[in-house]
Design a protein around this ligand. Structure first.
Ligand code: ZN
Length: 212
């Protein structure tokens, strides 16, 4: 396995074959990562947050749970999970969220967030597709009084990892979340991905147009 660093406020895409595993790791405490994945042979079949909730019968997934596609097929399985708290209710942060929504320190006023960074990273695979709602790794969301949606501080400790096994050939994109606020705090930090040897990791960010 090899480890690649995704700098703060940026994304990366890589391909994983069926049966292979990869991990998402936060080197610093309390940093959320967003993840999407697509069937490599037919990218119209993508991770579906809604069907993942439905087919697991859960609002929060961890070891043993499966990430499903838009067609109800198995895409990724969580095989190890140091943190145990991830979100499948929230969308990826995106430009309007970062420019229109106050964080407590005012507005972030930045050109884009995870949705834009994931889309840019996926261009390396020719995927010009809308980025679906994400698997929000290390994000803690809670439903209170059976009604209210409440995002809380990420409980992730430094070094926490989530390992996933590909159930088919997939293209995966992961971002180090760009949103300052209650989940990741006001200091945004990198995310590491551990991938099979010789896997190319294509990084991209709307903040500085770095792309490889
Ligand atoms: Zn984000």
């Amino acid at each position: 396995m090899e480890t690649a660093r995704i700098p703060p406020k940026s994304g990366a895409a890589f391909a994983v074959k069926a049966g292979e595993s990869f991990a998402v790791i936060t080197p610093e405490p309390r940093q959320v990562a967003d993840l999407v994945a697509f069937d490599r042979s037919d990218p119209s079949e993508a991770f579906a947050q809604s069907y993942t909730r439905d087919l697991n019968g859960k609002l929060r997934i961890t070891t043993g749970d499966v990430l499903y596609t838009t067609r109800g097929n198995e895409l990724l399985t969580i095989t190890d999970d140091d943190c145990g708290v991830h979100d499948i209710l929230f969308g990826p942060c995106t430009e309007w969220m970062l420019t229109d929504r106050p964080t407590g320190e005012g507005r972030q006023d930045e050109p884009g967030g995870c949705r834009e960074n994931l889309a840019l990273a996926l261009e390396a695979y020719g995927l010009d597709v809308p980025v679906p709602d994400t698997f929000n790794v290390f994000q803690q969301s809670t439903v209170t009084d059976q009604v209210y949606f409440d995002v809380r501080e990420s409980p992730a400790d430094a070094g926490d990892a989530v390992r996933l096994r590909a159930e088919r050939d997939v293209v995966v994109a992961v971002s180090a979340c760009s949103a300052k606020g209650v989940a990741s705090g006001t200091t945004l930090t990198p995310i590491d991905v551990q991938v099979p040897a010789n896997t190319t990791v294509h990084r991209a960010s709307v903040h500085d147009d770095r792309q490889d």
